[in-house]
Design a protein around this ligand. Structure first.
Ligand code: ADP
Ligand code: MG
Length: 262
């Protein structure tokens, strides 16, 4: 059965989508079967995977509203080598429509359950808010990856996110755990980044991935070519960092952390 990972942080621009696309491609490079679910109406993960969001014949919207099964809405990311459940602006309507549907928090969970045996990892890219779409992602997931930029306001909002995760694990999904906090767009030359980074490690210990994603121009350029960095420039520091993250995740999975908290 696939491990389902929600990549979430209600802050925009912290590297959620970049992490999703590049982690998905890196897991494929280590021979894992991967499905990437784009759950953001902006469709950035879709475009960044080389799929045109304007010409989709079906999307995650159809899956959430019960009109399509996951297998019938999938497309292949040629540049990433993973399957993609794509999204576009239609998904904005789903946020509202979900409220009127039965099992409104569990619709993604039930839909993914039917596809889970086909994959080793299912990665869900969340929108930048704690809305019903994010609740669906958290209700479906076993693990949460929280990308964070080590800047002054990074820790603000983290409490709200951790509260939400705890509430969902209590009410909707007892399997939900924090998989890891990921430092993104890291610039070790700034003392603020180093300070916030050590605060994170002091506070969250082993939950902070050792792998740090550097600020790297290739990671920012690759999406405009519809590629993960691994396909765009596989020697770039960004591509190498996400490969290292995949390696760290796989090692952690094989030797799970002793101390568990969610
Ligand atoms: P989110 O999904 O959290 O809104 P994105 O992944 O879209 O964040 O990243 C926000 C912006 O920062 C994008 O333009 C992206 O290309 C860029 N970016 C993300 N990670 C990096 C990085 N490590 N180095 C340089 N640019 C990055
Ligand atoms: Mg995004």
């Amino acid at each position: 059965m696939a491990k389902i990972l929600a990549v979430t942080n209600q802050k925009g621009g912290v590297g959620k989508t970049t992490t999703c696309v590049n982690l998905a491609a890196s897991l494929v490079a280590t021979k894992r079967r991967v499905l990437l679910v784009d759950l953001d109406p902006q469709g950035n993960a879709t475009m960044g995977s080389g799929v045109n969001k304007q010409t989709l014949s079906a999307s995650v919207y159809d899956v959430l509203t019960g009109q399509k099964e996951v297998v019938d809405a999938l497309v292949k990311s040629e540049s990433g080598g993973f399957d993609l459940l794509p999204a576009n602006g239609d998904l904005t309507a789903a946020e509202v429509q979900l409220l009127e549907l039965p099992n409104k928090e569990k619709r993604l969970s039930y839909a993914l359950a039917k596809a889970a045996s086909q994959y080793d990892y299912i990665i869900v890219d969340c929108p930048p808010s704690l809305n019903m779409l994010t609740v669906n992602a958290l209700a479906a997931a076993n693990g949460v990856i929280i990308p964070m930029q080590c800047e002054y306001y990074a820790l603000e909002g983290l409490t709200a996110l951790l509260d939400t995760i705890q509430r969902i694990s209590r009410v909707l999904n007892a399997n939900l755990k924090i998989e890891g906090l990921l430092r993104t767009m890291y610039d070790p030359r700034t003392s603020l980044a180093n300070e916030v980074s050590s605060q994170l490690v002091n506070h969250f210990g082993d939950k902070v991935y050792r792998t740090v994603i550097p600020r790297n121009i290739r990671l920012a350029e690759a999406p405009s070519f519809g590629m993960p960095a691994l396909a765009y420039d596989k020697a770039s520091r960004g591509a190498v960092a996400y490969l290292a993250l995949a390696g760290e995740m796989l090692r952690r999975q094989e030797t799970p952390l002793k101390q568990e908290s969610a």
